[in-house]
Design a protein around this ligand. Sequence first.
Ligand SMILES: NC(=O)c1ccc[n+]([C@@H]2O[C@H](COP(=O)([O-])OP(=O)(O)OC[C@H]3O[C@@H](n4cnc5c(N)ncnc54)[C@H](OP(=O)(O)O)[C@@H]3O)[C@@H](O)[C@H]2O)c1
Length: 250
Amino acid sequence: MTTSHPTPHAATTDITRAPAPTEQDGAMTIAVLGATGMVGSRVVAEARARGHRVLALARKPTSDDPCVTAVAVDAGDPRALRAALTGSAARLAADAVVVALRTEPVDQEFLVGATRAVLAIAGPLGVPVLVVGGAGALRSPANPQLLVADDPAYVPPAIRAVAAAGIAQLHACRADARGPWAYLCPPAQLNPGKRTGRYRRGTDTLLTDADGASWISVEDLSVAVLDEVENPGPERLFTVAAGPVEPSAG
Ligand SMILES: NC(=O)c1ccc[n+]([C@@H]2O[C@H](COP(=O)([O-])OP(=O)(O)OC[C@H]3O[C@@H](n4cnc5c(N)ncnc54)[C@H](OP(=O)(O)O)[C@@H]3O)[C@@H](O)[C@H]2O)c1
């Protein structure tokens, strides 16, 4: 997505959370669907850095880490997904599920179907699902009546279908009342970068900085993902962005 003109800032909370739990004081088993992707691989790394166990789900995942179990699954196959996520008939192997799926080209039907399937498996067991979706579902900061997906300042025609698929994925979550879920909208720009451990958290409006840029590193987005998994916030739809910026020395 592209960024553009400076815009008013949405209300945010600056986040620097307490140290993560360790194996001794509350390690979880976290399933990451899309574990080989740009987002998923960094979510796995952040989870491991905090001492959690991971079920790494994708079509051909691999792992050298004994605390990361690679589980080959096609997310388009609900039965395979259930088998991958379920430790036994009665209990989910995972304490939480992170969905970080993407296809090229975009496939809205697949994305919505896989998300519904995860919610149907996890929800009745009370296992929380965190979906890493798209920025398009947020309100545009310059015009709250407009979704980012419909604002050409952020979403050019070439990626409108990607933004629309993310919104459909959010609708699928909202239509599901079986269990806890949250939908994390990244800012407009999400790229590999530095892990600072800091970020700003907002609700339903795209976050921008003083220059109008809307961005975060995937590493810091993954910090926000793990913070939410460990300590779920009050909102089902939320967003994050880089910051706050450290004051310069001197
Ligand atoms: N600014 C923004 O709004 C923004 C920017 C970037 C990303 N995102 C969002 O972040 C999320 C993750 O994106 P990403 O960039 O990390 O995507 P990615 O790098 O393309 O990774 C996609 C993941 O999905 C998995 N996957 C695809 N088809 C699958 C299938 N049939 N069965 C199982 N796994 C499958 C892939 O695994 P295999 O192909 O190995 O099976 C891979 O692990 C998406 O929702 C995306 O829209 C948002």
